[in-house]
Design a protein around this ligand. Sequence first.
Ligand SMILES: Cc1cc2nc3c(=O)[nH]c(=O)nc-3n(C[C@H](O)[C@H](O)[C@H](O)COP(=O)(O)OP(=O)(O)OC[C@H]3O[C@@H](n4cnc5c(N)ncnc54)[C@H](O)[C@@H]3O)c2cc1C
Ligand code: SF4
Ligand code: SF4
Length: 948
Amino acid sequence: MPATLRSLPLPSPKAYAELGDALARLLPPDRVITDPLRLLAYGTDASMYRLVPKIVAKADSEAEVQGILALCRQYKAPITFRAAGTSLAGQALSDSVLLVLGEHWSRVAVAPDGSTIRLQPGVIGSHANVCLAPWSRKIGPDPASIATARMGGIAANNASGMCCGTHENSYQTIDSMRILLADGTLLDTGDPDSRKAFAASHGELLARLDGLALGLKANGPLAEKVRSKFRLKNTTGYSLNALVDYDDPIDILLHLLIGSEGTLAFISELTFRTVVDLPRKASMMVVFPDMVEACRAIPILKRCKVAAVEMLDQPAMRSVENMPGMPACIIGTPEGAAALLIETRAADGATLEVQMAEVIGALGQTRTLSALEFSTDPVVTANYWKARSGVFPAVAGARPVGTTVIIEDVAFKIEDLAAGVADLQRLFEQFHYKDGCIYGHALDGNMHFVIYHDFSDPGEVERYRAFLDAVCEMVVKKYDGSLKAEHGTGRNMAPYVELEWGATAYQLMVEIKDLLDPEALLNPGVVLNPDPTVHLKNFKPMPAADPLVDACMECGFCEPLCPTNGWTLTPRMRIAGLREITRLRKTGGDPERAEALRRRYAYDGTRTCAACGLCSTSCPMGINTGKMIKHLRADRWHALGQGVGRWAGRHYGGLLALSGPGLAVVGAARAVVGDKAFTALARTARRLSFGLVPKVTSNLPTQVTYRPKNSITPGRKVVYLPSCATRSMGPAGSDPVRASVPEVFQRLLEKSGFQVIYPEDMGGLCCGQPWDTQGLKETADAKAAELEAALFKASEGGKLPIVSDTSTCTSRMKEFMNGRLVLIDLVEFLHDEVLPKLPVRNREGTIMLHLNCGARKMGLQPKLVAIAKACADKVIEPEGMTCCGFSGMWGFTTPELNEYATRNLAAQVPAGCHDGYSTNRTCEIGLADQAGIPYRSIVHLVAKATGA
Ligand SMILES: Cc1cc2nc3c(=O)[nH]c(=O)nc-3n(C[C@H](O)[C@H](O)[C@H](O)COP(=O)(O)OP(=O)(O)OC[C@H]3O[C@@H](n4cnc5c(N)ncnc54)[C@H](O)[C@@H]3O)c2cc1C
Ligand code: SF4
Ligand code: SF4
C-alpha cells in the first residue's frame, strides 16, 4: 500500500492543558511558556505567515528533547523545532508545540587541523566561522542571514548563499550528525557503535529506506532527473539526491535530513568538513546595457577563478542608488540595464593580481556601460557589497505601511537565465508589482525577487495566488528550474512540490515522510501538504503601530544582540507584540486577550527593554526598537510625571550636588555596618518594598571630590566634557583605585600635550540621557540643547574639538547635534591622540573588557579593543555579552535586567584577573556587581599603563 500524507486534527484544549502541566514537570517552569504575549511573540518568524503555538518549550539537552517528544507522542500533539526563526517560507511556525533551542546548544569543537568542526544546533553560523578563523577556514554554507541563523536551521533548510553554490552547501560538507528520531531514538552517524545499535533496533526502517533508494536508482529517467535537478540549487521538497548519491541507508538518512525543515527528525549535533577561507579579496561592480549581455558574461566568468558573482537588475540598482557611498556606475542607469558584482579571492597578492587580470581579459569580449576595474580598497568594496545587500531592506523600507515584503527564490539554468529574468519582469508588469526587483547569485542562476503585498485585502490575496501560479508554471514548465533554490519549501511552496517534481518523485517524498514520522507529528504541513491553498492561509497581519518600527519585516536579525533575548522579549517580539495589541485595539477584537497582552507587555516589552539601541546596529533598516519603547514609556507618564521630569531637568545641577553627600552618607553607613550586612539589609528593604526601594550594592559609587579646572599649561586646546555620571560618581567603595574619571582623564590629556578647557557652569549640564531612557523626550532634548549651547561657546563656536568621557553620552549627543560640533568619544581620542604620544610602560596582566552599547553604536569596538590590547597582556571580551542591561539609572530599579544580561559574565572572569574596564560609569556598577571584580573607565587603564 503506498503511503499517504496524513494530517491529523489538533488535540483538544484540555489535552494541551495536561501536556503543558506535564512539560512543566519535565522542564524548569520558566522554560515552558503559555502566556498569550510570548506565545504570539514566539509564533513570529521571518515569513509572511503566523501561527500561534499552544505551548513553547525550551529544551537544553538531548534528554529534554527526548522527553518532550515522548509527551507529544502521548498527547498526539504536533511539534515544530525552532532555531533562530529567520526562515522565509513558514517552516519555523507551529499552532501546536514549538520547541525552541535554549541557550545550552552552543558548543563548538574544531579539529586540531581545522578540517572539521563539530557544532551544536544553536551555534550562530558566523560564530562557527569566528572559531575557524585561526585556520583560515570557514563552514561551507553562507546564507546572508549567517550572523543570526543557527546551525540547526542552516542545515535543516540547506541554506546557502553567494559563494557556496551546490558544491559547498550543508549537503556536500556534512560529515556526521547526531539525530533524534520522532520515536526518541538517538543515532550518531559518526559513531560506529551507534550505527550498529541503530541497525539492530531500526533494521526495518533502514531496509525500507534502502528499498526506496534501490527503486529510484533502478528508475533511470527519474534518477537522472534527480541528478539533473540537484545540479541547480534546489530546496523544493526533500533532498532526493541522497537516494542516488549514497548506498548505505544511514548515509542516506544523514543527507535526507539536510533540507528536511524539521519534518523528519531533530538534529542535535552536526560535524561539517570545513572549506578554505582565502584571505585576499578584490571586487568589481560592472554594469551591462541589458540583461542578455550580463547573462552572456556568466559562463565566461564561470571559467575564471571567481568566488561570487551577484546580479542586480535595473530596478534593484534604482532601489539603492540614493544610499550613501553607492558606486557611481549603478546610479542613474538606463532602463533594462543589469549589473554584476564580481569577487575574486586568493591566498596571496600576486595570485590575486593574476586572477583580476584574467577576469578583466575575459570580460573584454562583452559590452559594458562601466569600466572593468577591480578594487581591493576595503571601503570601496564594502560599498559594492552594501549596494547588493541593501536591495532587500531598501524595498522593505520603502513599502507602504501595512504591506508585507516577500522575497522569492528561484533558480534557472545559466543558459535560461536571461530569458527567465525577462519572463519574471513581464510577470511583474502583468500582475502590477511595479516595484519588483530581481537580484541574486548569478553563478548558480539563483534569482531572488522582492515584491510587497497587502494581504489584509482578499482581492489582493487572489492577485498573489495568480501571480505565484504563473511564476511556478513558468519556472517549472518552461525552464525546468527550481521553485525554491535556497530558502526551503515551508508552507509557501508546499502546494507546488508535485508540480516541480512530478507524481512519482512526489510519492517518494511522501514515503520518506511516512517512514520517519509515521505519526505525522514533526512539523506537519511543511514541505509536503495536502492542502493546495495552504500558502494563502494564516498571513501575518502587519498593522501600523508606530512609525519608528512600521517598516520592520520581522526578519529577526536584531535578536542576537538584544540583552533580553531568551528572557522577556526580543526587539522583533516587542514589535510583533505591539502590532497585535494595536490591531486588537483598532478592531475592538477579543478584549480579554487584548488586556492580557497589554498587561504582560508592560513588563516584558516596556519595562525590561534596556533602550540600548543595539538592535539598530544589526537591523538591515536600522530600526531602533528602544526608541519605540521610549515612546511607550512617554505615554505612561501623566502630566504630573512630565512636570516632575521638567523640574528635575531645570534643577539638575542642585540634584547632582545633593547626590554627592547622599553617596557619602550611604558610604558611611556601609562602613559602620560592614559590606556584607549592608548589602543584605539593602536587599531585604528592596524585597519588603516590592521593588520600590532601589538596589544598593557594595559597588555603589563614592562621592567625587575632584573639582575640574581649566589647564594652566599651554598646549593644543581641547574641550573636555565630563558626563554628569563621571562628575558625580566616583570609584566604587570597594575599588582600590580611588581617583575619579575627570581627575585621571585631565591628567592624561595634559600629559599628552593638550590644554583642557571645560564648559562654563557645568553643574547642571547633561546630554539628556536619563530623561530619554524614561521616555521624557521633551526634557531630554531641552537638556541636550542646553549642553550643545555650552559646548558651542566653550569650543569657540565649534572650532575646537570636544572630547566626552562617556560613550553612551557621546553617542546620544552625536545623534542630537548631527555634525554641528566636533564631538569625539574618549575611545577615539585615547586611541588616536593620547596613546601615540604616551608610551606604554607597565602593561597589565589579564583584564576584562566590556564593549558598551554607546561604543558599539559608534563602531568604536576595534579602537577600544586596540587600546586594551596595547595596555594589557590578555584582554577578555566575554562571550555572549552585548549590552550589560544596567541602562543608566534603570539598573537600580530593574536590576533583574542587568542580572540576566550579565548572567554568564562571572564564569568568564579567569583566576588572577582583578580588573574590568569599560567606557560608561553606570554600566561599570552593574558589571562589577555581577563579575565580582571592580570595573572602571578605560582611562584608568591607559593612565596606569602609561604612568600618567
Ligand atoms: C533577510 C534574510 C535573508 C536571508 N538570506 C538567506 C540566504 O542568503 N540564503 C538562505 O539559504 N537563506 C536565507 N534566509 C533564510 C534563513 O535565514 C535561512 O534559511 C536560515 O538558515 C534559517 O536558519 P534559522 O536558524 O533561522 O532556522 P529556523 O528558521 O529557526 O528553522 C529553519 C527550519 O529548520 C528546522 N529546524 C530548526 N532547528 C532544527 C533542529 N535542531 N533539528 C531539525 N530541524 C530544525 C525548523 O523547524 C525549520 O523548519 C534569509 C532570511 C532572511 C530573513
Ligand atoms: S527590527 Fe529590523 S532586524 Fe529586527 S525584525 Fe524588524 S526589520 Fe528585522
Ligand atoms: S533597545 Fe536594547 S534591550 Fe531594547 S529591544 Fe533593542 S536591543 Fe533589546
